[in-house]
Structures are given as structure tokens and as C-alpha cells.
Design a protein around this ligand. Sequence first.
Ligand code: NAD
Ligand code: MG
Length: 386
Amino acid sequence: MKKRNIAILGSTGSIGTQALDVVRAFPDLLAVSVLTASCNADLLIAQAMEFRPKAVVLVNPAGYQQIKDALAGLDISVFCGEEALEEVVQEETIDVVLNAIVGSAGLKPTIVAIKNGKDIALANKETLVVAGELIMDLVKKHQIRMLPVDSEHSAIFQCLVGEEANPIEKIYLTASGGPFRGKDQAFLQTVTKLQALKHPNWVMGAKITIDSASLMNKGLEVIEAKWLFDLDVEQIDVVVHPQSIIHSIVQFTDGSMKAQMGLPDMKLPIQHALTYPLRKTNAFERFNFLNHPTLTFETADTDTFRNLGLAYQSLREGGDRPCVLNAANEVAVAAFLEDKLSFLGMSDLIEATLCQQKKVENPSLQDLLAIDQQSRIVARDLISSL
Ligand code: NAD
Ligand code: MG
């Protein structure tokens, strides 16, 4: 494999730092062209010193001068502000843009990267939730590779290798069920953010951890899967699998099922996306059947975990509904983390925002960007009335 130059958007986060672990393990295959972060200047400086990218971006201007001073004389361009993300993804040496930004802020840089012919390794599922149809049209038009990093979608992608001629009957996205699996609404009424931030199987950024507790993460992943694999909503099922060993399953039209398995470690799907189509030898811990003699499966409880039901409903209704759902959810999670909204209040807020925003059919990209902003304003206003 020819050495690949990677731009890592969101390099200071959970996926970003694990991606750098993968790059560090394969110095002959992977190099870093660009690193970006929202506000952690100290970590971005340390990463830039180690990986020597061509450019770094700090979105928040507060730490810009600190980074400029720290990297002076190293031949690394330093930028700040949101728009700089759209500039740096065009850097000519970049082969793959790993988008590990959290939230719909990841959408615009993905679009610019695709239009500039870069392959995308996508962790930022919100990009496809907000604008999946438009993004996949661009992927086709510019003939780039869209490589999933989300573990479930990486699993499906891996199961589909060699099956290009064979239609999918159905996919099963596995869900751990999160920290509140099996609980009822009365219990959820009282949960705190500390309880919600403790995921049983994965250590991740705060937003996706709360989404996992509310099952919104699985809802966003259903929408992500629809666009990545060109499926009807009825072809996508969620099955709760608390051990998180089977990462997802494809069922073909002959009834045969293929699953992808392994220990829950995001470095596996990250490595797969960055070295695709090769599987490179690594020293990660291996799965041992005797340590996990029982793999179990349950149905997902959409009555208790309403966010999953709301995500399915928004996908069925189509148009701008998933964009509104996502924006309201981002506001809801931020408010929950600031103790301004209860755990169940998050579903109420999302539902109320969807009701209040009149549906738009066939939104353009400009429409979606405006609807994303408008839905946040509506959701923030609604918080005080809930
Ligand atoms: P995180 O919060 O740990 O990191 C987010 C990164 O994005 C940070 O580097 C941060 O500086 C940057 N960032 C935040 N807001 C930004 C903004 N407005 N503009 C530009 N940059 C910004 O999040 P994470 O857990 O690494 O998740 C990143 C994405 O990957 C999310 O979409 C998440 O759903 C997805 N994902 C994460 C995991 C996981 O295990 N963490 C698994 C699957 C998918
Ligand atoms: Mg996932």
C-alpha cells in the first residue's frame, strides 16, 4: 500500500486520539497532513509536535496565539475559526479525511473534502443524518470512497466485501443497550448525568455517551446505515446485544447471515478504514470465546427509549425531519449535560421541536444548513417552557 496522508478533523477527541494511536503503529503506511480541534490547544500542540502535519486548525480563537508561538519555526501552518476547516481539507497531499468532529459541525468540511476528491473515513455520523442523500450523491459524482468508522457500519461494510452482486435482505445493527438497559421510565425519570456518562462497554466523547444511554445513538446509526448502504428503513433492524462482541449483521436473500465480531475497540474500525482494503497485523488484544461464553440478544425497547422511535419516525417521514431531529438532539444533550433538562426531557424536547418546525420536502444543502440553525433556536426556546 502506498503511504497515505490523513487529515484528522477532531484529533483531540476520543476517535481522534485513537486514530493517532493507529497512525503511530503504522509509520510506514500512514502520515498526518492536517490536525484540527475545537479548543484543546495544549493537546493539539503536543500532537503537532509529534506528527508534524502541514497545517493545524483550532476552531476556538482563544488558543490561537498559544499554538502559533509553540509551533513557530516548525513549518506548520496554524489557522483558527470554523471556516479554516473547509480550507485545510483541500490541502493537496491529503488522501483521506478522517472526520471525527462531533455534531453537525462536521457536515461542511466533509462536503468540501468530497468535492476535492478526498476519500472520507467517517466517524461523524451526524453528517449523514443531516444530509445523507446529498452526501451520497456527491460521493458518487466525485467517485471517492466513503469508509465507515462507526463500528456497526464498519461491520456491515466488512460483511459486504465480495457481495457486490448480491442484494441485502436486511441488516441488524447491534446495540449494547447502554447503562440503562432493562430500566423503565420511572427509573429514567431520576437518572443523573453521572449515571448516563458511564457506558458499560465503550469510553467515548460525552455527546455520543449520552446518545448511547438514550438510544439516540442507535437511531442516528439507523439513519446513517440507510444512506451508506442504500436501504429502505424496513430493512434496518436494531438488536440489543449487551456484550458488544458482534458489531452488526447482514442477512442476504438466501437467508444466510454474515456478522463481524471482535472485542469492542474503536481502533479496529479506525484501522480498517485507514488501511482499507488491507488488514494489517497489529498487537490489539484478541477475542477469547471462553472469556465470553454467552452472547445474548434482546429487542430494543422503543416505548421506554423514545429517541430510537423518534429517529425511525423521522427517517420514515423523510425530507428535513432527520436534520431537525439531530439539531434538537444536540441542543437536548448539551442542556442535559448542563443540568438544564432531565434525561426524559430530552425526548420531549426533540418531539416538540419536530412538531413546531414545519416539514420541508426535498431540502437543498442551503436549506438544511438553515434548518439546522433554526431548529436549534426553536429547541433552545422550548427548553424554558418544558
Ligand atoms: P469527542 O467529543 O471526544 O471529540 C470531538 C472532537 O471534535 C474533538 O477533537 C473536538 O475538539 C472537536 N470538535 C468539537 N466540536 C467541534 C466543532 N464545533 N467544530 C470543530 N471541531 C469540533 O467525540 P468522539 O467521541 O470522538 O466522537 C466524534 C464523532 O465520532 C461523533 O460524531 C461520534 O458520534 C462518532 N463516533 C464516536 C465513537 C467513539 O467511540 N467515541 C464511536 C463511533 C462514532
Ligand atoms: Mg456505533
